[in-house]
Design a binder for this molecule. Structure first.
Ligand SMILES: Nc1ncnc2c1ncn2[C@@H]1O[C@H](COP(=O)(O)OP(=O)(O)O)[C@@H](O)[C@H]1O
Ligand SMILES: [Mg+2]
Length: 259
């Protein structure tokens, strides 16, 4: 038995990578290129919680709530019904309004936490926080304050973040949000496109998990009719880590990564 219950994500194969799930009240970063499956994994985490005694919030800065209802329905998750049953709430806001709300005593999010018993939050995506300031120190303080406010509410948080790297392990320009976030969060998970023998595969890796053992393999995953399913580790893992997979032609990337 685990000393502490985990926040089970409900993503087959991924929970095993996390040795049971996220740590309760932790902040978790999920990074990947557009179309990789970040929002899907996040919705799956929220859906599993809402149907297993852990009501959830989806805080979005980009997409309208209707888009979540529609996308979730495609995987068989009835978000409207969960909202009716007060097990889920989709909130569209801005980083500025969210920051002010969390600083207020008994703000909207705090109210939902106490009224609905919210335990989980998906923030889709943290990339919008970059807009708030050009100053790296200020940005870091902003992110730190945001993460702490959610932790204070007792929430297990999942933050998505757009990565503009599509394939391989080329020299990435580490920007400020990335370095701040990966340092501040308790776990850091990356989704990747990997090209093997002219076919594109999706890959997932847990880069860090504070206070816990975790799977260090790069695993393949698929997005099926009920969401993500994580599979076996890639063979020829060294090849993937060293960037052997070929880069796709620019035009193909554009065609493949529909936005
Ligand atoms: N019902 C579905 N069944 C299988 N795949 C789907 C379904 N709905 C969307 N997808 C796929 O999931 C991907 C979208 O992932 P998404 O989570 O929105 O990516 P991100 O948030 O990383 O940009 C797309 O590649 C899309 O083809
Ligand atoms: Mg998304």
């Amino acid at each position: 038995m685990q000393a502490e219950e985990r926040a089970v994500t409900g993503v087959p194969g991924f929970d095993a990578m996390l040795r049971g799930g996220f740590l309760p009240r932790s902040a978790n970063l999920l990074e990947g290129a557009p179309g990789c499956g970040k929002t899907t994994l996040g919705m799956q985490f929220i859906h599993y919680g809402a149907t297993h005694g852990e009501p959830g919030l989806i805080l979005t800065f980009e997409q309208f709530p209707e888009q979540y209802y529609r996308d979730a329905a495609g995987f068989g998750w009835d978000f409207r019904e969960l909202e009716r049953r007060r097990l889920l709430q989709v909130i569209m806001s801005s980083p500025e309004v969210t920051k002010a709300d969390l600083e207020r005593f008994n703000g909207r999010i705090a109210g939902l936490v106490s009224n609905m018993g919210v335990k989980r939050i998906l923030v889709d995506s943290i990339s919008q926080f970059e807009r708030m300031t050009d100053d790296p120190v200020e940005l870091r303080n902003l992110l730190h304050g945001f993460l702490n406010a959610l932790r204070r509410e007792g929430l297990t948080a999942l933050f998505t973040r757009e990565a503009y790297v599509l394939l391989g392990d080329e020299q990435r320009e580490e920007d400020e949000t990335e370095s701040s976030m990966s340092f501040l969060v308790d776990s850091y998970v990356m989704l990747r496109y990997v090209e093997i023998e002219s076919a594109i595969h999706r890959a997932i890796i847990v880069l860090k998990m504070r206070g816990s053992a975790h799977d260090t393999h790069i695993r393949q995953f698929e997005i099926g009719p009920h969401g993500l399913v994580v599979q076996e580790p890639f063979r020829g893992r060294e090849g993937i880590l060293s960037g052997t997979p070929q880069y796709m032609a620019e035009s193909f990337i554009k065609a493949f990564v529909r936005r």
